[in-house]
Design a protein around this ligand. Structure first.
Ligand code: ATP
Ligand code: MG
Length: 165
């Protein structure tokens, strides 16, 4: 689990994707975010035949103007993640920004934890996102909290390709 308010959660997870590929592993990535198709990591890893890259947040409003729809999109997305978690051909599964649908209640944390616990015994799972629920932290073997010391964004620097996306 990579959590906290500082920068480095998703990029750390994608660093592990590169490591896993270097060891010949097959990797699944599920991004629980509002669709963003311009990230460098997605463009790079989609070229790799051993990476199965899914963006599952398409349709989230994040403003809970339509709780029913957001819940539906999140649950559909979780079915995709769950299929990866049931497939021993994936050596690593990254659940990027999963903490948000948990925090907003779109997904039931206990169900998600059960599905993760039922994965093949040699499969690694990495979860990223701010505000990881305590039960997820308790269930994880390794947890890192990124602390925000400072970020250029606060000084008015917009997100930089290659660094922030
Ligand atoms: P990264 O993808 O760079 O590893 P992250 O996954 O830790 O960042 P998120 O909370 O997912 O961070 O935020 C996504 C975007 O916000 C990225 O463009 C990231 O660089 C940027 N960001 C991360 N932390 C901060 C921060 N403390 N202040 C401003 N922007 C941030
Ligand atoms: Mg992130």
């Amino acid at each position: 689990v990579l959590t906290g308010n500082g920068k480095g959660k998703s990029s750390s997870a994608f660093g592990m994707v590169a490591r896993a590929l270097g060891h010949g592993m097959r990797v699944g990535v599920c991004q629980f975010i509002k669709g963003r198709s311009d990230t460098g990591e997605e463009a790079f890893f989609r070229r790799h035949s051993d990476v199965d890259w899914r963006v599952l947040g398409e349709g989230f409003t994040w403003e809970t103007q339509n709780l029913e729809r957001d819940t539906c999109v999140a649950r559909e997305g979780w079915e995709t993640a769950r299929a990866m978690l049931a497939d021993p051909s994936y050596g690593l599964v990254v659940l990027d920004e999963l903490t948000y649908p948990l925090k907003y209640g779109y997904l039931d944390t206990a169900t998600v934890l059960e599905d993760i616990a039922a994965r093949p015994s040699l499969q690694h799972v990495v979860v990223t996102g701010r505000g990881a629920p305590q039960s997820l932290i308790d269930a994880a073997d390794t947890v890192t909290e990124m602390r925000d010391v400072k970020h250029a964004f606060a000084a008015g620097v917009r997100a930089q390709p290659g660094i922030d996306l």
